[in-house]
Design a protein around this ligand. Structure first.
Ligand SMILES: C[S@@+](CC[C@H](N)C(=O)[O-])C[C@H]1O[C@@H](n2cnc3c(N)ncnc32)[C@H](O)[C@@H]1O
Length: 271
């Protein structure tokens, strides 16, 4: 049974996103920003990240359908997934497939309209984009043409919308001219998150860019895979309302603390 909207807003739920979405009414969410578990063998608290691909993609399909139901017409979805682009990595494990194409296929078959594609270049020095951060040891042969492979310094941010490309409601925009000029480029340069209290967090910069580019102030933003709570923290910082789900109790508590700290700062007279 859908719950009263107000009871869901500005809350993080320690449960599966499928359960949270089942409690949401239709046409409720303005924007989803998330990165799902990728099925690449990351050691999460209580979640198996090495499933058979069929089981994994069945789950992603259920999430995609649930998100479609709860999103407003004209609402958007920003999905951060990695590039797994070479046969060296894919050949090492039967669980791995080339990414991001399966995500584009699955979300498209659940009626989401694929809209845009941003590439996040993991640069540790934004003013010097050639200084990369990330995993840099996947080559097959060293200083030799025998069997070299590309090292991956990129992640994808796939953008979808529901039914209409234009937001259906009017609102207040808070994006500056400089931000708009920067964020509308399809290559984004910013560093990875260095705080390792979660095994796979994204930096605040990622949800900040997505929410400023794709939603009005006060929009309802959902993160079905909240992890350490980066999306809800970005919501508090940028005056959006948040809803988030996370199955791990440890990550959930971490997310709640981070959000409370941020809310406390914002409520200070000069916050
Ligand atoms: C890639 S991480 C998200 C990290 C997050 N963006 C951050 O910045 O901390 C994916 C998260 O999904 C959680 N998870 C796995 N299955 C879930 C489910 N069914 N519902 C909600 N969360 C789930 C995992 O515990 C993990 O913390």
């Amino acid at each position: 049974m859908p719950e009263e909207k107000e009871e869901l807003i500005n809350r993080i739920f320690n449960e599966s996103c499928l359960d949270t979405m089942a409690r949401m009414p239709e046409n409720f969410i303005d924007l989803t920003i998330t990165s799902p578990p990728y099925n690449v063998g990351i050691k999460y608290d209580g979640y198996n990240d090495s499933r058979h691909p069929e089981e994994y993609f069945d789950f992603i399909k259920k999430v995609a359908s649930g998100l479609y139901r709860v999103t407003k017409k004209g609402g958007r979805l920003c999905l951060n997934v990695p590039f797994i682009g070479n046969s060296y990595l894919v050949g090492k494990s039967q669980e791995l497939q080339f990414y991001p194409s399966p995500f584009i296929d699955i979300f498209s078959t659940t009626n989401w309209i694929f809209r845009d594609f941003f590439v996040w270049i993991k640069s540790s020095e934004p003013e010097n984009p050639n200084i990369f951060s990330g995993n840099s040891t996947t080559w097959g042969s060293w200083l030799s043409p025998s069997c070299p492979y590309a090292r991956c310094f990129l992640e994808a941010i796939l953008i979808f919308h529901k039914e209409d490309k234009t937001l259906q409601e009017k609102g207040i925009s808070d994006i500056t001219k400089e931000e708009f000029l920067e964020y509308t480029k399809n290559a984004w340069y910013f560093p990875v998150e260095t705080n390792r209290e979660h095994p796979a967090p994204y930096p605040l910069e990622l949800p900040k860019r997505c929410m400023k580019l794709f939603s009005w102030v006060n929009a309802i933003v959902y993160d079905p895979f909240a992890g350490s709570g980066t999306t809800p923290v970005a919501c508090v910082k940028n005056k959006r309302r948040y809803i988030a789900s996370e199955t791990s109790e440890g990550y959930y508590k971490r997310a709640v603390w981070r959000v409370r700290d941020e809310e406390a700062v914002i409520s200070l007279p000069f916050g």
